[in-house]
Each structure stands twice: as structure tokens, then as C-alpha cells.
Design a protein around this ligand. Structure first.
Ligand code: MN
Length: 436
């Protein structure tokens, strides 16, 4: 593709329009956006992993520590590309992607050189406070940041292509990790297989892999990787993503070792997940989709014999929240839980519904919004104990809970784009492209 018709060009134009609209009346004539740096560990000369500033990634596909961009209406974007004179590390290679012709790129060797290269102007700075850039700009003015955050939910075709690539990478990792589990690997082995399959190491992944066998599947953000393989593993839950040019995939799959009640539960939840994903359309209030998930899960609890009441009573009594205690999904993009999920247009918050404190997305979907759809059913000690201690106890079939308890839980999570012509499921597309 030639530079001139690359979707990046239209993306850059859209970002410039958004910035201009959000700057209106502010008195600023542009923004400085640093790529960020990796902080030093206390009393050490080693750094924490580098996590680039997402605002930088949105404008510029190649983020390296110490770089800075200058953007604003009516000006060509300027990249001050930091190439330190350094024989301890490999300096970043001067960029050459299809986005390069759209930029003025100036290589800088030091902070003073970068500061001197910034054209005169009244700027806002978007990013972490950093002594390197002190005194040059107003740090993160709230009205500007809120305006830009709100708009970030609408993805451009360029952003959708990055998210599509990220899903493909993640799907390759998922297939490799599943194979490792089926072939007798430990949680740690599955993690290594995932990284090899996705072609990314830990610091490149958008979040730490959640890889849980058996009961570990009941820990929503299970953070360990057991080195020992259990004698026999009956279930495998993996929540793992990948990133491309700063854009994240966020995918969960759950596998049963053998046919039986747990495999049936996984299959039934998969059907529910796909029905909910079909509801990702412009104009849909995500809170309503979250409630639809509760009604679906109520039906599944009845069908699986896990409750002794009707689906409606399971929802009303809060029993569905015992088994499904998190939100249906969240915005996805430059951050895995992308910004402004509860932000109203023009400012203010759209409240979470009572009793649903963990729902990260309360907005009405627009064309180009990318969300996760991730219903789950878990057997979590803390929540089961709470339910056992009150009126919910008689609504739950405890013998069935005991039978499924050793499997931990099920979550199925896809990344879905709301589009006028109907939802696009990036995750199912990626697995299908790999023949899975
Ligand atoms: Mn997620």
C-alpha cells in the first residue's frame, strides 16, 4: 500500500480534527506528547518494564523511551525521535513505516536538544509528569483530557486494523497454550507456549497472562503460574492478549479435558456469549446488554441444575451475581480496559447500576466502539459462602455446585466491534483464519 492511501493517513487526519475540536477555546495551540520512560527501581540502576504513553501510541506507531511528539491543528506533526548515544544499549532504528511520510522526524540525542527543537507555542502536555519536559507546557488539563478520552472509544479503520492484528497474534498464542496443556504441560509451560505462539515476551503483552488449571479458574485474576503439573488437570482457563502498535487484544478461553457436565457448561456459555456478542450494535446501552447477560446466565443456571428456582428469581435474588460477579465487558483499545467507559458525552459520569459495582462500561455503543464480551460462571469460595449464609442458600443446588466445584470456572471472552452493518467479532475471525 502506498503511503498516501494507507488508512493511517485518514487516522492522523481524524486525530487532528479531534484535537482541534477539544482544544477549542482552551488557548492552547497544540499538545506535547512524550512517549514516556521506564522508571528506575528504588536504589537500583535497573528499570521497570517500559510501558509507552498510550496517547503517544495513538498518534505514532513506534514508541521509544524519551521520544516526544508535537501535534496541533494546522501543523505537520513533529516527532523528536530519541536516539541516545549509548554503547550499553541498542538505540532504536530510525523509523521507516508507511506512517513516516506524514511526519517531520528529527533525531535528537539528548533532553536539551529535544527541548530546543520544540517550536514556540502554548502547549498542553499529555502524559506522566517528567522533569525532562518541566516548564514547557500545562500538564494534563482536565477538560482537554476528558474530551479526548471520550472520543477514544470511536476507533478509526487504522485502529481496527491494529486490533485485528493483535487478535491474530493472541489467537496463535491461545492455540499453542491449549496444546501445551493437553500435552501435559504445567501452567508455566502453557505461559511459555503462549508467548512463543504469540511471538511476544511478558513485557510486550498488554497484561499479565491469567492461566489457571482446575480450581485456579475460580480466581478471576489468578496471578501465579504453577511450575508443577497437577496429576490430572480437568479444566484450563486462559485469559491472554497481545499488542500491536500499542493496541491490545483481550481473549479468554476455557477448555474441559473430558466430555461431561463441565464441558456442557462451557458449550452452553459459549452459545450465550455469541448471542450477547450479536448485540454489540450502535445505539445499544451496554448496561442493558449486561442485564441481558444476567438473564441468560439465569437460564443457564436452571438448565445446568445449579439453582432450584426460576431464571427470573435467580436474577432478582442476586444469585446470578454469585456465579457471575464481574461486568459483561469493557472498552478495548490502547489500554486493555480502555479509558472513559463510564463517561457521558460532554462530561460527567454514567452511573453503574446498583449492585453492579464492577461494570466498567455504562455508555451507549457507537459505530467503531470495540468492546469485550466476557460472560462467566465460577465457583468462588468467598461468594458461595456468602450465599450459603443467607436466603439464597435454598435457591442453590449445592450437590450440583459440589460436582462442578473442582473445575473452577468458565469464561469466554471475545473482542467485538460495533458497526452499523452488524458486529464484527475480531476474535472468532482470528481463530477461523488459523483454521481453529
Ligand atoms: Mn477483559
Amino acid at each position: 500500500m502506498k503511503g498516501s492511501d494507507h488508512p493511517y493517513r485518514a487516522h492522523l487526519q481524524e486525530l487532528t480534527r479531534r484535537l482541534e475540536a477539544c482544544l477549542e477555546g482552551s488557548g492552547f495551540n497544540g499538545a506535547l506528547i512524550p512517549a514516556g520512560r521506564a522508571p528506575l527501581v528504588f536504589s537500583d540502576d535497573l528499570h521497570y518494564p517500559y510501558r509507552p504513553n498510550p496517547w503517544f501510541c495513538q498518534w505514532c506507531p513506534e514508541a521509544h523511551p524519551g521520544s516526544l511528539i508535537v501535534v496541533g491543528p494546522g501543523r505537520r506533526p513533529l516527532l523528536l525521535f530519541r536516539q541516545e548515544a549509548d554503547y550499553w544499549h541498542m538505540p532504536p532504528v530510525t523509523p521507516s513505516g508507511p506512517w513516516v511520510p506524514e511526519w517531520d522526524i528529527r533525531v535528537v540525542r539528548s533532553t536539551p536538544e529535544a527541548r530546543n527543537a520544540i517550536p514556540a507555542g502554548h502547549y498542553a502536555l499529555l502524559g506522566e509528569p517528567d522533569p525532562d519536559w518541566e516548564g514547557l507546557a500545562v500538564l494534563n488539563p482536565a477538560p482537554l483530557l476528558e474530551c479526548l478520552e471520550y472520543l477514544r472509544a470511536r476507533k478509526t479503520p487504522y485502529e481496527l486494523s491494529c486490533l485485528t492484528e493483535a487478535s491474530l497474534r493472541a489467537a496463535r498464542g491461545h492455540l499453542a497454550a491449549e496444546a501445551s496443556w493437553r500435552n501435559g504441560g504445567s501452567e508455566f509451560d502453557a505461559h511459555l507456549a503462549y508467548c512463543a505462539g504469540a511471538g511476544q515476551h511478558d513485557d510486550e503483552l498488554p497484561y499479565r497472562n491469567i492461566i489457571g488449571f482446575d480450581r485456579h479458574g475460580a480466581v478471576l485474576h489468578y496471578q501465579h503460574l504453577e511450575r508443577e503439573r497437577p496429576a490430572a488437570s480437568r479444566s484450563f482457563l486462559i485469559d491472554a492478549g497481545a499488542s500491536v502498535a500499542g493496541y491490545a487484544a483481550d481473549i479468554t478461553r476455557t477448555w474441559a479435558a473430558e466430555q461431561g457436565e463441565f464441558a456442557d457448561l462451557v458449550a452452553a456459555l459459549d452459545e450465550i456469549q455469541q448471542r450477547l456478542a450479536a448485540g454489540v450494535t450502535p445505539g445499544r446501552d451496554f448496561r442493558e446488554l449486561h442485564f441481558a447477560a444476567h438473564r441468560e446466565i439465569g437460564g443457564l443456571l436452571v438448565a445446568a441444575g445449579l439453582v432450584t428456582c426460576t431464571a427470573e428469581s435467580a436474577v432478582e435474588a442476586g444469585v446470578t451475581r454469585t456465579f457471575f460477579p464481574h461486568g459483561l465487558g469493557h472498552l478495548l483499545g490502547l489500554q486493555v480496559h480502555d479509558v472513559a467507559g463510564t463517561r457521558a458525552e460532554g462530561g460527567g459520569e454514567i452511573p453503574r447500576p446498583d449492585g453492579h459495582p464492577f461494570l466498567r462500561l455504562t455508555r451507549t455503543l457507537e459505530a467503531g466502539c470495540v468492546v469485550t464480551i466476557e460472560p462467566g460462571i465460577y465457583f468462588i469460595d468467598m461468594l458461595l459462602d456468602e450465599a450459603r449464609a443467607d436466603f439464597r442458600s435454598e435457591l442453590i443446588a449445592w450437590d450440583k455446585v459440589a460436582a462442578l466445584y473442582p473445575y473452577g470456572g468458565v469464561r469466554i471472552e471475545d473482542n467485538v466491534v460495533a458497526l452499523a452493518e452488524g458486529p464484527r467479532n475480531l476474535t472468532r475471525e482470528a481463530f477461523a483464519a488459523l483454521g481453529a
